[in-house]
Design a protein around this ligand. Structure first.
Ligand SMILES: Nc1nc2c(c(=O)[nH]1)N[C@H]1C(S)=C(S)[C@@H](COP(=O)(O)OP(=O)(O)OC[C@H]3O[C@@H](n4cnc5c(=O)[nH]c(N)nc54)[C@H](O)[C@@H]3O)O[C@H]1N2
Ligand SMILES: Nc1nc2c(c(=O)[nH]1)N[C@H]1C(S)=C(S)[C@@H](COP(=O)(O)OP(=O)(O)OC[C@H]3O[C@@H](n4cnc5c(=O)[nH]c(N)nc54)[C@H](O)[C@@H]3O)O[C@H]1N2
Ligand SMILES: [Mo]
Length: 707
């Protein structure tokens, strides 16, 4: 009886046969990657909870993390390599061996290389980050610049803004006196951050401004001031604040003279942004803008959060960041104590506190003389700063069917529904000579592949994982990989070997590649691999902001550039070297009086991934549109009515969710529901950001009516 109870209670021990093992959650971005405690019995995970000793997450786990067991055992997990037997997209496949799969891929990709050139093969990675340095090097060593990732829509736009300003990438600082959560609702998208902020508010009297069109848990719980601009108008708001600060002399003149480039031109360019004009452009009452200006004036130090998506997903996306960052520059808050410290991802897209040779590893075999990466012609600033393919341009490149068109696509985690106007992506898939997709699940995108390869989850593999505070860990599988699934990195290595790629470092495999990347660090990775927990690398560090302030930033002028010399050197790009504002594009204001934001985060799902987990799906089963009750009244819409959203390229039906959290004239819809694919009605090219190439997922003019 006692034994029975212990088993039912899932207690670990010899009597129950339940073992405790540790891993990390890789369902969301590399920033959290929270620690998992897995209860394992008979080779199966039977329960998952937070890992208390994890140095970063310290036992915390969100709804998504708690569903790792469901995720691992999802019914549509891919278990074997497969070859397509039916039409593309039809979903008919036959099981093949790994040897057959590799041989066929090698023959096809090497054949395309011989006939059209290596640069006619594109390499793509979806959201997942851990194998990316291997995939990038694989693409480059094969001879193609066209390696691209979900960064084509996420995170990198902000990095580009910081690159223009300082040559470094982003980094925020909550140990400040005034924090602006600009498009930030961590309660849904970064669940550990708000707890820290709540604490700091109590301990240090931190002042907090939220800039968000909606009322959110963040605005309700800790905003001292909540500014609610209309979607996509943040640039105008920032420039209005800047002009007030300049006109009133509430700026740091000494800092500007010493460290900032282009202030005179900048001040001239913002001088028409009066409070009245700011209110007209953004919808934020002039008195509220004035309040924000005074809070900035009174704050000793200031830092601003770095949204990776909501500011970027607009026609003025990258410029929105630059406008916002300019507030830090003119108030002396970049690289100074309490202000914002630009920093860089040093390993697997995390700022770990130690430098590695990762970027060198990814780019030392870059084929400079190959055809430029896809998108370089349409989005030259993207190419200049990132050197990757702008994946949003891939579909059009293929559909052009000219001498620059990509013929084959090799992808890890392709989800066509992440792209705006994604019907075009399917059209492009149809035109490809060859398409390989590596995924965990039989996704709707995998169904279009010629060969599908099964990879495994974080719980079934080993990987090196770095955390801030100079930590490194080598995780251990808690269970055997399901079926014949393998680690992404082993698939890349084994394929590179079969293909005969002339790159001994890549072909020697992941563990050796990471040793190469870590070669100058005082740490023995063989020891790290033996260790079950974390290793702290002692006596290491990266160049500090103080160092850059003294020796100059990595910009053409060595200063913090309000006027970007990189953009200024290329008038043919038609881009503005100064941070400027242009409103979202409305193809027909009569027809499209509403503004749609698609994609603000839901706490329990992430993109395409968890809609297939019954647990998570049950929390918000129906695709809904949030709409202001006053708009509902005017349109005769009730709670849960079917309503149709119409854009310039199509229409889709959702359930109405009237709520005062959104303002009149604005609609919020969530992406990721396969049966209501909002990206199928979001136009790409005419709305996108010309600087970054990002789609304007969050400022789409549209109409709404009762269905
Ligand atoms: N309308 C709208 N669209 C958006 C956004 C929005 O806000 N609104 N947001 C954009 C943003 S910010 C992002 S980041 C993108 C994200 O979009 P995607 O990158 O498409 O994200 P996911 O659907 O999470 O993951 C892609 C695929 O990776 C697979 N996968 C998971 N783990 C692994 C693994 O370890 N290895 C391999 N090989 N595959 C794996 C998943 O099963 C899935 O099929 O969407 C963008 N699209
Ligand atoms: N639970 C969960 N967590 C996630 C994800 C997920 O899908 N689910 N996705 C991950 C990914 S890929 C990303 S990129 C991040 C994104 O995470 P965040 O950058 O936090 O993005 P969101 O939650 O989409 O948006 C934050 C807030 O911005 C507001 N917003 C929308 N448009 C605008 C605008 O034009 N101006 C202003 N000022 N505010 C605006 C929204 O109302 C929302 O409340 O989250 C990551 N974390
Ligand atoms: Mo993202």
């Amino acid at each position: 009886m006692a034994e029975f109870d212990a088993l039912k209670a899932k207690l670990p021990g010899e009597d129950t046969g339940i073992e405790i093992k540790h891993s990390i959650c890789a369902i969301c971005s590399p920033a959290p990657h929270c620690g998992l405690t897995c209860y394992v019995k008979d080779g199966k995970v039977i329960k998952v909870e937070g890992w208390d000793e994890h140095p970063d997450s310290k036992g915390a786990l969100c709804t998504k993390g708690l569903s790792n067991r469901e995720y691992l055992y999802r019914k549509d997990r891919l278990l074997y390599p497969m070859r397509r037997t039916g039409e593309r997209g039809e979903g008919k496949f036959e099981r093949i061996t790994w040897e057959e799969a590799y041989a066929e891929i090698a023959e096809k990709l090497n054949g395309i290389k011989a006939q059209y050139g290596a640069d006619k093969v594109a390499f793509y990675s979806g959201y997942n980050k851990w194998y990316r340095s291997m995939l990038a090097r694989f693409a480059h060593s094969f001879g193609s610049q066209s390696y691209g990732t979900e960064h084509s829509s996420c995170f990198a736009s902000g990095l580009m803004a910081w690159q223009c300003a300082t040559g470094m990438e982003m980094g925020m600082n909550v140990m400040t006196k005034l924090f602006i959560g600009w498009a930030a609702n961590g309660y849904y998208s970064m669940y550990r951050l708000p707890k820290g902020i709540e604490k700091l508010k109590k301990l240090t009297g931190l002042k907090y401004i939220v800039v968000d069109p909606r009322i959110t848990p963040a605005s309700a719980r800790f905003a001292d001031l909540h500014l609610r601009p209309r979607l996509g108008t943040d640039g105008a708001l920032a420039l209005t604040i800047a002009n007030q600060l300049i006109q009133n002399g509430w700026i740091d003149k000494e800092y500007i003279d010493k460290y900032v480039h282009g202030f005179e031109q900048y001040a001239e360019s913002v001088k028409d942004y009066t409070l009245e004009k700011g209110e007209e452009l953004t919808g934020v009452p002039a008195a509220d803008i004035r309040k924000a200006v005074e809070m900035i004036r009174d704050a000793e130090t200031m830092s601003i959060s770095e949204s990776s998506a909501p500011l970027a997903h607009h026609h003025n996306g990258m410029q929105n960041y630059r406008c916002i960052m300019s507030l830090l520059a003119i108030t002396g808050n970049i690289g100074t104590p309490g202000g914002q410290y630009p920093s860089e991802g040093t390993f697997s897209e995390r700022t770990t506190g130690y430098d590695t040779h990762e970027r060198e590893f990814m780019f030392e075999t870059y084929p400079e003389h190959a055809d430029k990466a896809v998108g370089a012609d349409v989005h030259p600033l993207w190419y200049e700063l990132r050197r990757d393919m702008q994946a949003n341009d891939l579909a059009q490149n293929i559909l052009n069917q000219d001498e620059h068109s990509i013929k084959a696509l090799y992808a890890h985690g392709m989800n066509y529904r992440m792209f705006a106007e994604d019907g075009k992506v399917l059209e492009a898939f149809r035109k490809l000579d060859f398409f390989v997709d590596v995924d965990l699940f039989m996704t709707d995108s995998a169904k279009w592949a010629d060969i599908i390869l099964p990879c495994c989850t974080s719980m079934e593999r080993s990987e090196f994982k770095g955390y801030p505070g100079c930590y490194i860990m080598y995780t251990k599988p808690v269970v055997e990989p399901l079926g014949e699934s393998k680690r992404d990195v082993d698939i890349i290595t084994e394929l590179a070997n079969v293909m005969g790629i002339d790159d001994p470092v890549l072909c020697s495999g992941y563990e050796n590649a990471v040793k190469y990347i870590f070669r100058d660090l005082p740490v023995d990775l063989d020891e790290v691999m033996k260790n079950d927990g974390f290793t702290k690398i002692e006596g290491v560090g990266v160049k500090s902001s103080e160092w850059y302030m003294e020796h100059g930033w990595r910009t053409p002028t060595g200063k913090i550039e309000l006027y970007s010399e990189i953009i200024g050197a290329h008038p043919e790009w038609g881009l503005d070297p100064l941070p400027t504002y242009t409103p979202p594009v409305n193809p027909d204001p009569e027809k499209y009086p509403f503004m749609l934001c698609s994609g603000a985060r839901m706490p329990h799902v992430i993109h395409s991934r968890l809609h297939g987990s019954p647990w998570e799906r049950s929390l918000m089963p129906d695709p809904m549109v949030e709409i202001n009750p006053e708009d509902c009244r005017k349109l005769g819409i009730d709670m849960y009515d079917d309503v149709e959203i119409v854009t310039s390229i199509g229409s889709l039906t959702f359930k109405a969710n009237p709520t005062n959290t959104v303002s009149e004239g604005q609609l919020f819809v969530y992406h990721g529901y396969p049966e209501r694919d909002i990206n199928s009605i979001i136009p790409y090219r005419e709305l996108c950001d010309p600087y970054s190439g990002y789609p304007a997922y969050r400022s789409v003019y549209c109409n709404i009516r009762k269905a």
